[in-house]
Design a protein around this ligand. Structure first.
Ligand code: 26Q
Length: 802
């Protein structure tokens, strides 16, 4: 693509930079420096090199007077940044050598950084990958979100059950951000709406300030850097002096306490937690601040608001910022004198909405009375938006219905484009949740299949494979991932396959070391590492994986000398604290691990491990070490998945259903290199209408019936034999996600996997073909699609053209 900007610094100069920061910024000398001090000094030395590309990008953006992208997301699941910045600047080798020359272990220093876990899972991580790609592609963009004081909770296991504790990433200084005390906006809540001299006036009840913190996001080879701007809530007046002077010390700090709750903590639920007032306030807080900020920028450059859609592209990451529509309309009408129709069409010209779910319970709705209480002016504007929609179409779809405000309908109606996140998902969006609105606005729904950044998810997390790829096809692939196709020519070469295997073995060894150090657990590095890592959800069917594990255990016990392929079943993931069934599933996996891992008969063939507190950094160790990727959701339920792409890219074939992006992954890697099982989305719908389908499936499968009986009777919970009654009964009686119906197909396919893995060269060839053929899943390709089809924004990196 563009010319590479090779780092222009020597190891000794960079070491000197680090020492300078150690002294000047940390106030330490090398003899007394802690790991933390070294990490801070290294980060600051790297950060110095981000500033120039950042300023340069800002200048070019300003001069171009072109369109900017504003990506609004409640979540940015970033992870660590040191390695990310080092890699993108081309400083990774230099940084490692500099730390070594200073007598420090680079890997240890890097690992000292806490994860920025400002997200729950897929949606938040997607936002982080998109920020990386927007900078790599040189598209002028701002990410807007919330600077939560506490990110996603930390998970601990107590006797196998999940416990949660607060996460405190800001307890240490976050070096990557720049506080912008001069950038702040008032955010109003509550109060009432009155008409005064023909004008509608919102007299707010309470006000908090939104204050900006900026983190530069540097793209590949430092060619461009955008800004991630996160908002923190602060009180309008730090202290109520009047109360204080009266001696009422507690009342004096009341406004402060109120304001600070807004950006205090990330909601730990990845489906809607209906009706929580604070959540609605969070959504409006960051959305209003972002809209005010982008309008201030536009107006300060002399823009005419009627031309706003030519300069501003606002992407809504799910419905969480859907209040952006009414907020923009409100400001255009109330502050700038726009007529309703003109305000709505101008706002719509700026807005686009990405849907990430088909689960009906996950579609955001707010009780109307709560909504009126918190945002009375916006409620009236939504009535105007609804009226305009009803007048312009033959539709009977409403935004306000049954005493609720439906955020999906609001986002859809206020967007010029709505997109799904995989081909199958986008089709289902058209056919199911938004079929009526699709008929009202044909052409509005499009697809943009998700992607992942190859910088973090291959280059940086997998050095052995990165080096092999570099020596095989050259170094142009990290920003042009389809070049991996070139590996296909080498899969017939035994020498290449051997090296691919060596790389995988090195990653497995790294995982074994890490787990041993962290948890004291030992794994057989020759066993198949079979990994399922993601949020715990019934539709993702970790329970089916566990049932298969128990069935396999039974079979090995009965016939220990049948030449079993050794497996380690690795689980990782958190359950929402209030999601009872998900927590039971976690408990069961841990209980089963206790019994099965202690069985001397099966010990050499089967082991279950569930490292606690799965996060982005753990994913970076697990994924490169994986042999088999578990993507086993009920067809039609996983909008896309992105872990599925990470595994395939790192040479792990998938066992999976035809769900989300699995469909497209299978198309790319070829049916021979993907272990398909289970019902299709259409068959799932059909099966649900069969009476007693779960009971029938269990009766038809003695293998499954036996496993369920073992679990129900307390084989894995000897101290509390009734512990899993409810879980098993739930499966027999409801099984909405068809675990029972897909079980046999899954078990049988796992046995095909066993056989395939036993032939190592042929397995490795399959793994290598996965890597070679999934270049299309780069988030650069995804972002190019958004830029082309939705935003109409060109790259400002000269040599990239477009
Ligand atoms: C909403 C309201 C109140 C509380 C919580 C929420 C909430 C928070 C997070 C609702 C949903 C989420 C996250 C959803 C999510 O991560 N979806 C995933 O998005 C990925 C990126 O597109 C897809 O790959 C996954 O398939 C999808 O499940």
């Amino acid at each position: 693509m563009s010319k590479s900007s090779v780092p222009t610094i020597s190891v000794s100069d960079f070491s000197a930079d680090i020492l300078r920061h150690l002294k000047q910024s940390l106030g330490k000398d090398a003899r007394h420096a802690s790991l933390y001090d070294w990490r801070m000094s290294l980060s600051l030395a790297l950060r110095d090199h981000v500033v120039d590309p950042w300023f340069e990008s800002t200048r070019k953006t300003y001069e171009a007077r072109g369109k900017r992208v504003y990506y609004l997301s409640m979540e940015f699941l970033i992870g660590r940044l040191i390695e990310d910045v080092a890699v993108n600047l081309g400083f990774d080798a230099i940084a490692a050598q500099a730390m070594q020359s200073l007598g420090q272990d680079y890997a240890e220093v890097v690992a000292n950084e806490p994860d920025a876990a400002l997200g729950n899972g897929g949606l938040g991580r997607l936002a982080a990958c998109f920020m990386d790609s927007l900078s790599t592609l040189g598209i002028p963009a701002y990410g807007y979100g919330i600077r939560y004081e506490h990110g996603l909770f930390e998970q601990h296991f107590e006797d196998g059950a999940q416990m949660e504790t607060a996460e405190t990433w800001l307890a240490q200084r976050h070096v990557w951000e720049f506080e912008r005390p001069e950038v702040s906006y008032p955010i109003h809540f509550g109060g009432d709406v009155v008409e005064e001299m023909g004008k509608t006036i919102w007299r707010a009840g309470e006000t908090v300030m939104a204050s900006a913190y900026d983190t530069p996001v540097v793209g590949w080879q430092g060619r461009w850097a955008n800004t991630l701007r996160l908002w923190a809530a602060t009180p309008t007046t730090a202290f109520d002096l009047e109360s204080f002077n009266r001696g009422d010390y507690m009342a004096a700090s009341a406004p402060e306490a109120l304001a600070r709750t807004i950006s205090r903590v990330l909601y730990p639920d990845d489906t809607t937690d209906i009706g929580k007032e604070l959540r609605l306030k969070q959504e409006y807080f960051f959305t209003s601040a972002s809209i005010q900020d982008l309008l201030r920028r536009f107006l300060s450059e002399g823009g005419d608001l009627r031309a706003l859609p030519d300069h501003v592209a606002i992407q809504l990451n799910d419905t969480h910022p859907a209040i952006a529509g009414p907020e923009l309309v409100r400001i255009l009408m109330d502050d700038h004198g726009f007529e309703v129709a003109q305000a709505i069409s101008t706002a719509r010209g700026c807005l686009a909405y990405t849907n990430h779910t088909l689960l009906p319970e996950a579609l955001e709705r707010w009780p109307e009375d709560l909504f009126i209480r918190v945002l009375p002016r916006h409620h009236r504007i939504i009535q105007l938006i609804e009226a305009a929609h009803l007048a312009a179409t033959t539709s009977d779809i409403r935004i306000l219905e049954h005493g609720e405000v439906k955020m999906g309908e609001l986002a859809f109606i206020m967007a010029h484009h709505v997109n799904g996140v995989s081909a199958l998902h986008s089709d289902l969006v058209k056919e199911t949740v938004f079929s009526d609105l699709h008929a009202d606005y044909p052409g509005r729904i499009i697809n943009q299949t998700n992607g992942i950044t190859p910088r973090r998810w291959l280059y940086s997390c997998n050095p052995p494979l990165r080096n092999l790829i570099n020596e095989t096809i050259g170094t142009g692939w990290p920003d042009d991932l389809q070049q991996l196709d070139g590996l296909s020519d080498h899969v017939g070469d035994a020498g290449f396959i051997e090296k691919f295997q060596v790389a995988k073995d090195a990653n497995k060894a790294r995982l074994c070391d890490w787990l041993h150090k962290r948890d004291g657990v030992s794994l057989d590095p020759h066993a198949m590492f079979d990994v399922q890592i993601k949020r715990i959800h019934e539709y993702k069917r970790q329970l089916m994986n566990l049932l298969e594990t128990v069935a396999l255990w039974n079979e090995i016990r009965e016939n220990p000398n049948a030449g079993w392929t050794p497996r380690v079943k690795i689980f990782g993931g958190k359950a929402a604290p209030g999601y009872v069934v998900a927590k039971e599933i976690i408990h069961l996996i841990n209980d089963a691990a206790t019994i099965i891992n202690a069985d001397p008969v099966t010990r050499d063939y089967l082991q279950i491990v569930y490292p606690e507190n799965y996060n982005v950094s753990m994913a970076e160790i697990l994924i490169p070490a994986t042999d088999l990727s578990e993507q086993i959701s009920t067809a039609g339920k996983e909008a896309s998945g992105t872990g599925n792409m990470k595994f395939a890219l790192n040479g792990a074939p998938t066992i999976g259903t035809l769900d989300g992006a699995n469909v497209e992954i299978r198309d790319c890697v070829g049916a021979d290199n993907f272990f398909l099982f289970g019902l299709t989305a259409a068959q799932v719908t059909e099966r649900r209408s069969v009476p007693e389908y779960a009971r029938r499936a269990v009766e038809a499968s003695p293998r499954l019936a036996r496993v369920l009986k073992q679990i129900e009777s307390g084989v894995f919970s000897p101290s509390d034999k009734a512990r899993y009654h409810g879980l098993v009964q739930g499966l027999m009686n409801h099984d909405y996600f068809l675990v029972t119906c897909d079980f046999d197909s899954y078990f049988d396919t796992q046995r095909i996997v066993d056989k395939a893995f036993a032939d190592q060269p042929s397995w490795t060839r399959m793994a290598a073909l996965n890597t070679a053929r999934v270049g299309w899943f780069s988030s650069d390709r995804t972002i190019s699609g958004y830029a082309r089809d939705i935003w109409k924004t060109p790259s400002l990196i000269a040599s990239m053209g477009s």
